[in-house]
Write a protein that binds this ligand. Structure first.
Ligand SMILES: [Zn+2]
Length: 593
C-alpha cells in the first residue's frame, strides 16, 4: 500500500492499539472462550456471529465473511482511508506521525479532511453569530422554548445562520480562504439554476443550526430550524461524501455510553426532544429528526442495546412512524416498547413542564409495541360482529407475522384473541391456518351463502338448534338427517330431532346424558362453551340448510357420474342411460334449489 508511512510506525500503532477497545466502541462484545463475540456491524443479524480475537488482534464474521485487522475495521466502519485510520489511531495511542506533504495525502483522505475542516469552521462561525447582537432573534426564540441554558447550547454547539444570501459564503471564502467549489461540496451553499460562478448562495438562512455528528463525534452535517412559520421548518445538509441521510441518529455519540449501561435506547423525534432529555439527565435518548427510522439507524442501535422505546407524537404521522420504527427495529432483533405521552406533549414539552422525574415515571408505562397496537386496533374496531372481529384480526396480523420468534408470536396471538374476545372456534382455526401458511389476512370463516366447509355447516346447525327452539324446529323440518356427513354431529342432530318430536327442551347437559360416546360428549361440551357470534341466526339457518342439501346433492351427482362411467366402460348401455336420467333429475332439483 502506497501510504508514505514508515512500516515501523505502522507496527508501533498496531502494538499500541487494542482491537478489543476499538471494536468495543461500535459493537457490544461478550467474552466467549478465548475470543469475544457480538452482533456483526456489517450485516443484519440477531444471533452473534462476529468474533474478535484479542490474542490475534483480528476480527471475523461467520455470517457475512467480513474480517481483518484493526486498520481494516476502522476503515470499513467509519468509511475512512487507510491514512486517516492511521492518523486516528496514532493520535489515540500517542504515536507521532511525520508531517505529510500535500502530494502524500490520497484524494479520499484529502476530500474528507477539507469537508470536516469547512464544517468545523462553519460551526464556529454559526456559534459566534448566535452570540453576537444580530443573534438576538435566535436567542429569543431559543429562550421562548426554554432553551436558555448556555452550557447546554455550548455543549451541542448550537448556532445561528443569520438571514441573508451570502453571509456564510463570504465568511468561508474571505476569512477562511475556502474555494466556492469546496464549500459547495460541503453542502453549505447552493448554486442557482443556469449558474455561473457568481450564482452561489447560502443554503441556511435565518435558521437555528444543529451540528450533526456521527457516532464518533465527527461533524458531518448541519440541520437548521426556522424561528418563524416559514417552510420547511427543518432543513438538512444535502448528502455529501461525509453525510448520508438516514445513517445517523442525532445525539447518538452522546447517548452511546448510557444506552449500553441501561441496555435501552429512547428514540424521540426531534432535536429539541433529545437535547431536553439530555439536559435533564436522561442520557440514553437519540432522535430520528423528522424522518422515519431507517434500517441503518436500527442497525447502529442494535450494536449497543437489545431494547428500544419509541416516543413519537401521538398524531397519525407519529403513529405511522412508530409502526415503521417497530418494523425496522424488530428486523434488527430489538424488542420495542412504545410510550405515548399525554396528548399534545412531546418529550421536550413534557420534561420542560413536569420535570424529568415525572417523565421517568411515565416511562414506566411504556408498553410493548405489539400490545399497544392490538389495543388500538381493538379500540378502533367493532367487536360486536364477526365481521368486525375479522377486521381487527386482519389489522393486527401483518404486525404479528413480522415476529419470527414463534413462541413470542403465539403469546401475542393469545393476547389478541383474549382481548378481542374471539372465542369462535371457526375463526381461531382460520387464524391458525393463516399463520401456518404465513399469510397476513384471515378469510372470514363463515361468510353468508358460502358454507364450503361441510363440517362447519353441520356444526353451525347443531349450534343453532341449541340456541333457539324455533330455529331447531325449522332445522328439523328442512335439514335431512341423512345429509349430515359427520357421524358425531349426525348422532347429536338425530337425538335433537327426536327430542323435538317429543316436545322436550333442547338442553346440552341433558342431551349429553343421553349419548354415551365420550367423543360426542366432548364435542357437546365444546359446543356448549363456545359462542359463535352469528350476526343473523335466521339467515344463517337458511344458508346452512341450503348448503347442507346442496352439498349432499353434488355428492350424489359425483357418485352417479362415477357409476355411469363405469357402466359405459363395461358396455352396459341400458344401466348407463338409467343413471343419466337420474342425474338429469338431480341437476334440476339442484338448480331450482
Ligand atoms: Zn457479518
Amino acid at each position: 500500500m502506497n501510504h508514505y508511512i514508515p512500516d515501523h510506525l505502522i507496527e508501533e500503532i498496531r502494538s499500541q492499539s487494542d482491537i478489543l477497545d476499538i471494536i468495543s466502541a461500535d459493537v457490544l462484545l461478550k467474552k466467549s472462550g478465548q475470543n469475544y463475540k457480538g452482533l456483526c456491524p456489517f450485516h443484519s443479524e440477531k444471533t452473534p456471529s462476529f468474533v474478535v480475537s484479542p490474542e490475534k488482534q483480528i476480527y471475523h464474521c461467520f455470517g457475512c465473511g467480513a474480517g481483518g485487522n484493526i486498520f481494516k475495521f476502522v476503515m470499513e466502519m467509519e468509511d475512512l482511508s487507510f491514512l486517516d485510520v492511521v492518523k486516528e489511531l496514532a493520535s489515540k495511542c500517542g504515536v507521532e506521525l511525520p508531517v505529510f506533504k500535500p502530494g502524500q495525502i490520497d484524494a479520499k483522505s484529502n476530500e474528507r479532511n477539507v469537508l470536516l475542516d469547512i464544517n468545523q469552521k462553519t460551526q464556529t462561525y454559526f456559534i459566534r453569530s448566535l452570540m453576537n447582537k444580530d443573534g438576538k432573534p435566535a436567542r429569543d426564540y431559543l429562550s421562548s422554548r426554554g432553551f436558555n441554558d448556555e452550557k447546554l447550547l455550548a455543549d451541542y454547539n448550537i448556532g445561528w445562520a443569520a438571514p441573508g444570501w451570502e453571509n456564510t459564503l463570504r465568511y468561508l471564502q474571505n476569512q477562511e480562504k475556502f474555494s466556492k467549489n469546496d464549500i459547495s461540496r460541503a453542502g453549505l451553499i447552493k448554486q442557482k439554476e443556469k449558474a455561473n460562478d457568481n450564482n452561489f448562495y447560502d443554503r441556511f438562512r435565518g435558521r437555528i443550526m444543529f451540528p450533526l455528528q456521527d457516532i464518533h463525534g465527527n461533524l458531518i452535517a448541519f440541520a437548521g430550524r426556522v424561528i418563524n412559520e416559514t417552510e420547511p421548518k427543518y432543513l438538512n445538509s444535502p448528502e455529501t461524501s461525509l453525510y448520508i441521510k438516514g445513517k445517523h441518529l442525532f445525539g447518538f455519540n452522546r447517548a452511546k455510553e448510557s444506552i449500553r449501561k441501561q441496555n435501552k435506547a429512547l428514540i424521540v423525534e426531534g432535536y429539541f426532544d433529545q437535547m431536553r432529555a439530555h439536559q435533564n439527565g436522561i442520557r440514553n435518548s437519540v432522535a430520528t429528526c423528522g424522518t422515519a427510522l431507517t434500517l441503518e439507524q436500527a442497525s447502529l442501535l442494535k450494536n449497543h442495546t437489545k431494547r428500544a422505546t419509541l416516543i413519537f407524537d401521538s398524531d397519525s404521522a407519529g403513529q405511522a412512524a412508530t409502526k415503521k420504527g417497530f418494523e425496522v427495529l424488530l428486523k434488527q432483533g430489538l424488542s420495542v416498547d412504545v410510550l405515548s405521552l399525554p396528548s399534545g406533549h412531546d418529550p421536550d414539552s413534557f420534561i420542560h413542564q413536569f420535570g424529568p422525574e415525572k417523565f421517568l415515571e411515565e416511562l414506566k408505562n411504556a408498553r410493548p409495541f405489539v400490545e399497544s397496537f392490538i389495543d388500538d386496533a381493538i379500540a378502533g374496531g367493532n367487536l360486536s360482529t364477526p365481521m368486525g372481529k375479522v377486521e381487527v384480526v386482519n389489522k393486527v396480523l401483518p404486525i404479528l407475522m413480522k415476529i419470527e420468534n414463534t413462541i413470542e408470536r403465539t403469546e401475542w396471538i393469545s393476547i389478541l384473541t383474549e382481548r378481542a374476545k374471539i372465542e369462535d372456534q371457526a375463526l381461531l382455526t382460520e387464524l391458525k391456518n393463516t399463520i401456518k401458511q404465513d399469510k397476513t389476512v384471515v378469510d372470514e370463516p363463515h361468510q353468508k351463502n358460502d358454507y364450503s366447509n361441510k363440517q362447519n355447516t353441520e356444526l353451525y346447525l347443531v349450534h343453532l338448534m341449541f340456541s333457539d327452539k324455533e330455529l331447531a324446529i325449522q332445522i328439523k323440518e328442512q335439514a335431512k338427517i341423512e345429509n349430515f356427513t359427520d357421524p358425531n354431529l349426525r348422532q347429536i342432530a338425530e337425538l335433537c330431532y327426536q327430542l323435538l318430536d317429543e316436545d322436550c327442551e333442547l338442553r346440552i347437559d341433558s342431551v349429553m346424558d343421553r349419548l354415551d360416546k365420550p367423543k360426542i360428549k366432548t364435542l357437546l361440551s365444546k359446543i356448549g362453551v363456545t359462542t359463535i357470534p352469528f350476526d343473523n341466526p335466521k339467515q344463517t339457518v337458511s344458508d346452512c340448510i341450503q348448503a347442507l342439501n346442496k352439498k349432499s346433492h353434488s355428492q350424489q351427482v359425483e357418485e352417479l357420474k362415477k357409476q355411469r362411467n363405469e357402466a359405459l366402460v363395461a358396455g352396459e348401455s341400458e344401466r348407463s342411460q338409467k343413471i343419466q336420467n337420474k342425474l338429469k333429475e338431480l341437476r334440476i332439483t339442484l338448480t331450482s334449489n
